[in-house]
Write a protein that binds this ligand. Structure first.
Ligand code: UDP
Ligand code: MG
Length: 314
């Protein structure tokens, strides 16, 4: 194989001082191997995006940048979020192939050469897909499964068991940059880009050090973002439900009028209360769903910057 492509490995980092030194070592060893075997060009690099870390993450990146010319860094002006940090890396790095991977290296980077082989065979997007998830907690596994099922029901195309470990070609990244949305949910945007794509399978490992940067609250907000920016099905369901209820209440009205003329209108307090409480609940729930979409629109129309760069190490 001749080294015809320049690779950039994009690594978002948020408070990763505990795991970063080891990850930098592992990643640069992998990159050296690929350069030596002429799989990728000598000018290939690893770009660490410091997403407003409060710990020594950026100092660690700076230190390794001085020692190793393949290591680059971009520091954001504050914490913008995982997806935003990924875009900052993708849109501010020049390369032929981009591979995004988490800083904790839970995703098995030994499949990277395989991803690159697929690129040379003509694939613009290669998804890293987890074979087994037994290293994740039972809760994380089952909630993820429910989420994939729900998204499918809502008509959103997602690759199951794929997170943000993937290869993108230069033109795939260029096409992605045409998606101007602020509510970023990259794993649903990438399939919309199109081009030829394939999967590479691996086993997900345990986090070696540090703790997850996706606590439950962030996970729920992220899932809501995925639904409200990619599916209008919940809104349609409200409409359908509204039509059914209207039909039902018309029948109820006929029955009430009938009762009135029959003189049997006193009983019915319990049923009245049930109907009122049930429909108050439904009304508030539906207002909430509509509210989620309005909130999404609210974020989109402001067109605030997705990320702001503070410093770069090229
Ligand atoms: N991350 C980030 N900004 C954030 C949160 C997370 O850049 O606001 C990065 C984090 O450093 C890691 C990746 O996103 O490289 C995934 O986070 P983590 O491994 O904690 O998520 P999990 O594997 O637990 O889902
Ligand atoms: Mg992780």
């Amino acid at each position: 194989m001749k080294a015809t492509a320049e690779l950039a490995i994009i690594v978002p980092c948020y408070n990763e001082e505990e795991v970063l030194p080891q990850s930098i070592k592992t990643l640069s060893a992998e990159l050296d191997k690929m350069i030596k075997s002429k799989l990728v060009k000598e000018s290939s690099k690893i770009v660490f995006i410091n997403d407003g870390s409060a710990d020594s993450t950026w100092t660690i990146i700076e230190k390794h940048h001085k020692k190793n010319p393949h290591i680059k860094g971009i520091s954001l002006s504050r914490n913008f979020g995982h997806q935003e940090a990924l875009l900052a890396g993708l849109y501010n790095t020049d390369a032929d192939i981009y591979i995004t991977v988490d800083a904790d290296l839970q995703d098995d980077i030994s499949v990277i050469p395989q991803m690159i082989e697929h690129f040379y065979k003509g694939f613009d997007i290669v998804y890293g897909v987890r074979n087994r998830r037994d290293t994740d907690s039972f809760f994380k596994r089952s909630s993820a499964l429910c989420f994939y099922k729900l998204m499918k029901l809502l008509g959103v195309e997602l690759i199951s068991n794929h997170a943000d470990f993937r290869l993108l070609s230069r033109r795939a990244v260029a096409a992605m940059s045409e998606f101007k949305e602020r509510n970023l949910f990259l794993r649903a945007i990438v399939p919309l880009v199109g081009f030829k794509s394939c999967n590479v399978y691996y086993n997900r490992k345990k986090r070696e050090a540090g703790s997850t940067k996706y606590p439950l609250k962030k996970m729920i907000l992220f899932a809501l973002r995925g639904i409200s920016s990619f599916s209008a099905v919940p809104l349609h369901l409200i409409t359908i439900f509204g039509v059914l209820i209207s039909a039902l209440s018309f029948l109820l009205m006929l029955w009430t009028v009938y009762g009135y003329f029959n003189g049997s209108t006193i009983v019915g307090w319990a049923s009245l209360m049930s109907v009122i409480t049930f429909f108050s609940g439904i009304t508030i729930l539906f207002m909430g769903i509509i509210g989620e979409y309005i909130a999404s629109i609210f974020v989109e129309v402001k067109k605030r910057p997705t990320y702001i760069i503070d410093q770069r190490l090229d």
